[in-house]
Design a protein around this ligand. Structure first.
Ligand code: C2O
Ligand code: CU
Ligand code: CU
Length: 504
């Protein structure tokens, strides 16, 4: 099939012609399957437009474990003096409240769906019963409510929550439905890490807007392949914010809540910072780095020390360039500003040891499963007019795209297994995420060929750059039922890059 036939066949000519100067290479590889070579598409990154960094950084309201969330259309000041139409879990707020609980707390979260389409909530990184996990098929219809009720019984860490209804995750999350979920415990408290005003949880996201500043979620076919990237970087819901800091150590807890964008976190002056934690809480000890890759869904717990700076100095959190296939990492941009405005005696000193992580020995694994991820292996019958659901089959795992009535893997509760994610032949990055578990990363083969510091801790999401294969090990909980694993590039997820496993 030649290019012209292909375009006519699938009705996507318009999407391709949006890519300036592209020469799309399409070769036929079997019956109705086509592979496209990403590198030949010169779509490139969506260029970031930097702001003036004069909006104060906002923090969502903090809540305990008893919380009412109403998914709704609302307004929020994402840009200075402008109101954007967004989705929120509260009136006039783009993000949900930051839920803070101690390990051992019972959570009661009442979700009311005031949107005009199904939604639900998934508690990303939390280990909760299957019926409370926001499985893509357990949706709450418009006008209905559901009570999420579970006990938090795991390590301190920064987790998060967001919608997970099949086919709607990407749109709902992009339009603003997400929140931070912080778990504290005694072990962490005893470390005296910077807290109160010295603890800064931030959600980094990239957005696109219509001329009236409403959030614009309208992915074209190419953007379902690469993931939907925005030009405006927002932090805790504000574009180009500034935060005033003392000459002190701060605990900056980062969540990459973007649909698809990867950040290579650094400081604009090149100074190093300490990494103390990852998705599932603290590392065994802090590690110093000068840049850190954080993929969609991942968290990074940092200590940034502003002691050495002078009053009046501005330090920017930036994303440096990196190599990740064709669509990302080409541009360095600023994310937010820290203005050093006050002197302060810094009493914090980094504990030599932060936590204990018991390494799961490979010898305890009773089964190895391999999940091969594939790019843009398009099945037949695809069309652009039916929204996300018609894009199923764009991205696959083990040559399958998500099907709610099919169980792909059956796992025994309490079993220890090795799960291998293989992107060796892929040309796009894929942040792979498993529900209902925290895992350890054993190794990375190909590409970067080594682990990054956050991968020495507990993880629920691991980034595979093109050419990489990552081995993970995990012990399943006693929570029986159906869970999913998927790519946390939310366009990939909603276009089928998700499988179902059942714990029995
Ligand atoms: Cu944060 Cu299944 O996702
Ligand atoms: Cu999750
Ligand atoms: Cu992916």
């Amino acid at each position: 099939m030649n290019r012209k036939d292909f375009l006519r066949y699938s009705g996507i000519g318009a999407a391709f012609s949006l890519i300036s100067g592209s020469s799309v290479f399409i070769s036929s590889c079997g019956k109705n399957n086509m592979m496209m070579n990403m590198d030949s598409m010169s779509g490139g990154p969506v260029n970031i437009i930097e702001g003036t960094f004069d909006m104060p950084l906002q923090f969502p309201q903090v809540s305990g474990g008893m919380v009412n969330l109403t998914a709704q259309n609302t307004k929020h000041s994402v840009f200075k003096n402008k109101y954007s139409q967004v989705f929120g879990y509260q009136n006039n707020s783009i993000l949900g409240p930051t839920i803070k609980v101690n390990s051992g707390t019972v959570v009661n979260a009442e979700l009311r769906n005031n949107l005009s389409e199904p939604t639900n909530i998934h508690w990303h990184g939390l280990i909760v019963p299957a019926a409370m996990d926001g499985h893509p098929d357990d949706v709450i219809q418009q006008g209905s409510s559901f009570n999420y009720n579970f006990m938090v019984n795991q390590r301190a860490g920064m987790y998060w929550y967001h919608p997970h209804a099949d086919g709607y995750t990407s749109k709902h999350t992009f339009k603003g439905l997400a929140g931070i979920f912080i778990v504290n415990d005694k072990e962490e408290q005893a470390l005296n890490l910077p807290t109160g005003n010295f603890e800064i949880p931030i959600v980094i996201q990239d957005k696109r807007v219509f001329p009236d500043y409403s959030l614009d979620y309208s992915p074209q076919m190419m953007e379902i392949m690469t993931g939907y990237l925005g030009q405006y970087i927002i932090v805790n819901g504000s574009y180009a914010p500034n935060h005033e800091v003392n000459r002190s150590s701060y605990r900056v807890r980062i969540l990459n809540g973007s649909n698809a964008r990867i950040y290579n976190i650094a400081l604009n002056n090149g100074d190093s910072f300490s990494v103390i934690g990852s998705d599932g809480g603290l590392l065994t000890s802090s590690q110093t780095v000068s840049s850190l890759i954080v993929g969609p869904g991942e968290r990074a717990d940092l200590i940034i020390n502003f002691d050495a700076y002078t009053l009046g100095q501005d330090i920017f959190l930036i994303s440096k360039t990196f190599s990740a296939g064709s669509a990302q990492g080409k541009q360095e941009f600023r994310i937010m500003k820290f203005s050093v405005t006050k002197n302060d005696m810094d009493t914090f000193s980094m504990p030599a040891s932060l936590s204990t992580i018991n390494i799961i020995p490979e010898s305890t694994s009773t089964k190895t499963r391999t999940f091969t991820v594939s790019d843009m292996n398009m099945g037949s019958g695809m069309n652009m007019n039916g929204g996300m659901n018609s894009m199923k089959g764009f991205h696959k795992i083990n040559d399958k795209s998500y099907q709610s009535d099919r169980i792909d893997e059956t796992v025994k509760s309490g079993a220890t297994e090795i799960w291998i994610f293989d992107n060796s032949a892929g040309q796009e990055p894929h942040p792979m995420h498993i529900h209902g578990i925290q895992f350890q990363v054993l190794d990375r083969i190909g590409g970067r060929n080594s682990l990054i510091v956050t991968e020495n801790g507990w993880k629920d999401t691991v980034l595979l750059m093109p050419g990489e294969k990552v081995r993970t090990i995990m012990k399943f909980s006693e929570n029986k039922g159906k869970f999913v694993l998927h790519c946390h590039n939310l366009e990939h997820e909603d276009s089928g890059m998700m499988l179902q496993f059942e714990v029995v």
